[in-house]
Write a protein that binds this ligand. Structure first.
Ligand code: C2G
Length: 134
């Protein structure tokens, strides 16, 4: 029997904010070890059609410095989730509930948990607020 349980989560974590912090804290509480896949800049360009504000190296450094995070890696492709879960020996996959149902296909290899998003905060809203000054 394994003695530790690894939790894995994924995200862009651009312009790191308290919603990101809360999901990471709650993910870490579901196991002994938390591994975080931080999406590659190239993945953001292909997925959202824009570069993140902070580069992949900066986002990895910020997330990796958090006390709840044991390991970070670059999420190169959305299609590789199964491989990442297996490679990291994750027992639990955690995502915010904006992803509800999207990762149920991995229930054959791990527990899949969707946590409620922190209301009223997002990278998009922060960028908008800074750029418009309101
Ligand atoms: N989140 C949250 N509350 C917010 C904003 C975000 O709980 N107010 C959560 C999201 O649900 C997600 C994590 O924070 O679980 C990271 O969010 P994003 O940086 O927006 O990442 P996203 O673009 O959803 O991830 O494989 C998934 C990809 O990497 C994309």
């Amino acid at each position: 029997m394994p003695t530790s349980s690894t939790v894995i989560t994924f995200g862009t974590f651009d312009v790191f904010h308290v919603g990101h912090l809360r999901v990471i804290e709650r993910a870490a509480a579901l196991g002994d070890r938390l591994v975080v896949g931080v999406s590659a800049d190239a993945l953001n360009v292909s997925k959202k059609g824009r570069e993140p504000v902070f580069s992949q190296d900066e986002r990895l450094a910020i997330v990796g410095a958090l006390r709840w995070v044991d390991e970070v890696f670059v999420e190169e492709s959305l299609e590789l989730k199964r491989d990442y879960i297996v490679a990291h020996g994750a027992r639990t996959l955690v995502m915010g509930d904006d992803w509800t149902g999207k990762f149920d296909e991995f229930e054959d290899i791990c527990q899949v948990v969707y946590l409620p998003r922190t209301p009223a905060i997002s990278t998009t809203a922060i960028v908008e607020k800074i750029s418009t000054g309101s």
